[in-house]
Design a protein around this ligand. Structure first.
Ligand code: NFS
Length: 636
């Protein structure tokens, strides 16, 4: 229907939305409509409910009330709210990283026998980078030390910058952040730190300073927001990525299938949705075991088929080549196919609505994590130490549901795309022959003008995937190499932009480079915590040229973002020196000073800054301008 076509640019989604309309299944789009009109104060960021003298809100037209009950201005309120968003986002990524670090330790000391270290080469590379001695030591000893260094980044109490950041962030950037700290102190007399001391500490710092009656200064609040976000990008998320590579293998280039067509009506379909491969890797391993395939055949299926959704799907696609059923806005649609025996989830980006929707089908909606219990779901508590047994229980629950499938309700759109994925930094270096030099040369010569990183979610306020697809196409047409992660990457994969044929959509210069390397012009670098891979790549380019990251022709965008995690990601790119486009606008526009700090002020201070632009073409144009500006400054 016209309505469905307004809601999504993905043909599979449109088919499923038509079906939802016919069958009266409620979707996230319907609930958005029921929320209209949404609160204007909330959109501007000027409502405060931090104490019970409120809730307060500030009149956006300059009339009364101009202050909250305590006297907080619009800018104070906006800054505190945004800081809290970044703290939550950073905490979510970092808590995920903590889980990986703790598991690595358990494996290293032999306490956990259900997991093992898969990538010893990566382990040694990480250890070397961290300054851990590897010579003549067993890999388990090295792993134990790597885990200790990672764990220490979370809870240490001294003032030194955390080790992961010290060892991964280019020296020039660290120096620049130190200079800004000194300059701000000289100029304002206020201590404003940018280098994170501890991952947990920076988030707690924000919770403390945004408590009633603490920090009311927009600049100081924003600098702490940057510090907290940097602890995510250069430590929390980075730890997740690096340790998951050690445990499950560093991604290599492979071809995968994307979109709802990965579901197979003749199989027991298990969808894994959420974020942490510690669960999903295990479920895949067990589901694909002969024992489980046989169990599935016993109930009349051809076997067990596993597909991913969202970022845990990205983790599986990057490492195991598991097909991806879709990005965030596909999560309800997948259940509506009536062909999903189990949807297994852990943490983050899981709509509570999935429990109710699953009840319309035979689908077992299985929560597994104590941090994400959902009323109406079946909870099978996951425990790393009994991972094999629990994964077996989960897969069996899916198999047991198969005989209850109502065949008359099964409808799987046939849409399926090929995507070449698996572009870890290690893999990119390998195709470049061992160093970033050929990429730098291509940029210097102008065959590639620059690199754009696109990240982030689907947002039900934006037509699904349209901005992702169109912006990506506009950029590659302009000879800008596009890399990225998260739900953007899934959108690009579904749209065929990661297929080798997408070379045809690229400008002549980029096309020639991609042909020579035999890669698509749009590179899948992983899940959202793998945005850290983009930081590492940016760092490698900067160090190769001996410049600051902010000098490089790099630019970021999150054109359909919605979560607090995306705020953290955008902010750590800005803090690392990369300009970042956002759409929709974050809830800051009610605070003129905050808006100025994050756009103009940040540009001067950090080199990275936020900008808001609506529409793929206008955004691509602006991103190209930024890249050209940087090229001119570099003299290329
Ligand atoms: Ni990122 Fe990945 Fe998707 Fe957004 Fe959610 S799955 S961690 S937050 S919605 S991109």
């Amino acid at each position: 229907s016209e309505l469905s076509r307004k809601r999504s640019a993905d043909p599979a989604a449109i088919e499923m939305l038509n079906l939802a309309e016919r069958k009266q299944y409620e979707t996230i789009w319907d609930r958005l409509e029921k929320q209209q009109p949404q609160c204007g104060y909330g959109q501007l960021g000027t409502c405060c409910r931090l104490c019970t003298m409120g809730p307060c809100r500030i009149n956006p037209f300059g009339e009364e009330p101009t202050h909250g009950v305590c006297g907080a201005t619009a800018d104070t309120i906006v800054a505190r709210n945004l800081a809290r968003m970044a703290a939550v986002g950073s905490s979510s990524h970092s808590d995920h990283g903590r889980g990986a670090a703790l598991l690595l330790k358990e494996v290293a000391i032999g306490k956990n026998k259900d997991y093992r270290i898969t990538d010893v080469e990566k382990l040694k590379a990480v250890a070397t980078r961290l300054g851990i001695n590897t010579a003549g030591r067993s890999y388990l000893e090295i792993a134990s030390d790597v885990a200790d260094v990672a764990i220490n980044c979370f809870g240490k109490q001294d003032e030194e910058p955390i080790i992961f950041l010290q060892k991964y962030m280019p020296k020039k950037r660290i120096e620049r952040l130190k200079e800004i700290e000194t300059m701000l102190f000289e100029k304002t007399g206020k201590k404003m730190g940018l280098l994170p001391r501890g991952i947990d500490r920076e988030a707690v710092d924000i919770l403390h300073r945004t408590h009633f009656g603490c920090d009311a200064d927009p600049l100081s609040l924003m600098m702490q927001t940057v510090r907290c976000a940097l602890s995510d990008g250069w430590a929390g998320s980075l730890i997740a990525t690096e340790i998951q590579d050690i445990l499950f293998g560093t991604p290599t280039i492979k071809t995968v299938k994307a979109n709802l067509g990965v579901l197979d009506a003749e199989y027991v379909n298990i969808i894994i949705h959420g974020h942490e491969p510690i669960l999903s890797e295990k479920v895949v391993e067990i589901a694909l075991s002969e024992e489980m395939q046989e169990a599935a055949r016993k109930v009349g299926a051809k076997g067990v088929n596993v597909a991913g959704l969202c970022c845990t799907g990205n983790e599986l696609l990057m490492r195991q080549g598991v097909g991806i059923a879709g990005n965030e806005l596909h999560s309800e649609l997948a259940i509506m196919t009536g062909a999903v025996e189990a949807m297994v989830v852990d943490v983050q980006c899981i709509y509570p609505s999935l429990a109710k929707l699953s009840n319309c089908f035979h689908t077992q909606f299985i929560t597994t994590n104590e941090q994400a219990a959902i009323p109406g779901a079946i909870h099978i508590q996951f425990d790393e130490e009994k991972a094999n047994d629990i994964a077996r229980k989960i897969v069996q629950a899916g198999i047991d549901a198969f005989p209850n499938r109502d065949k008359s309700k099964v409808y799987i759109p046939s849409n399926i795309s090929n995507a070449i994925v698996g572009f870890s930094v290690e893999e990119i270096l390998k195709i470049l022959g061992g160093s970033v030099a050929p990429l730098v040369d291509a940029i210097a010569k102008g065959s590639i003008k620059g690199v754009a990183g696109i990240v982030g979610c689907n947002n039900v306020k934006v037509k699904q995937d349209l901005y992702h697809q169109e912006l990506t196409k506009e950029l590659i047409k302009r000879d800008i190499l596009v890399i990225g992660t998260g739900c953007w990457a899934i959108g690009a994969a579904k749209a065929g932009l990661m297929d080798i044929s997408a070379q045809g959509l690229a400008g002549e210069g980029l096309k020639a480079v991609c042909k020579a390397l035999d890669i698509p012009p749009v590179l899948h670098m992983g899940s959202c915590v793998d945005c850290s891979r983009m930081l590492v790549l940016a760092g490698a380019l900067a160090e190769h040229l001996d410049v600051d990251i902010s000098d490089l022709p790099l630019v970021g965008s999150a054109p359909e973002w919605m979560t607090e995690k995306a705020v953290a990601i955008g902010t750590y790119f800005v803090g690392s020196g990369v300009p970042v486009h956002l759409w929709p606008a974050p809830p800051i526009l009610g605070g003129p000073e905050v808006t100025k700090i994050l756009t103009e002020g940040a540009k001067e201070l950090l080199g990275g800054y936020f900008f808001i632009e609506e529409g793929p073409e206008a955004t691509a144009k602006r991103m190209e301008e930024i890249i050209l500006e940087k090229r001119t400054a570099l003299g290329i």
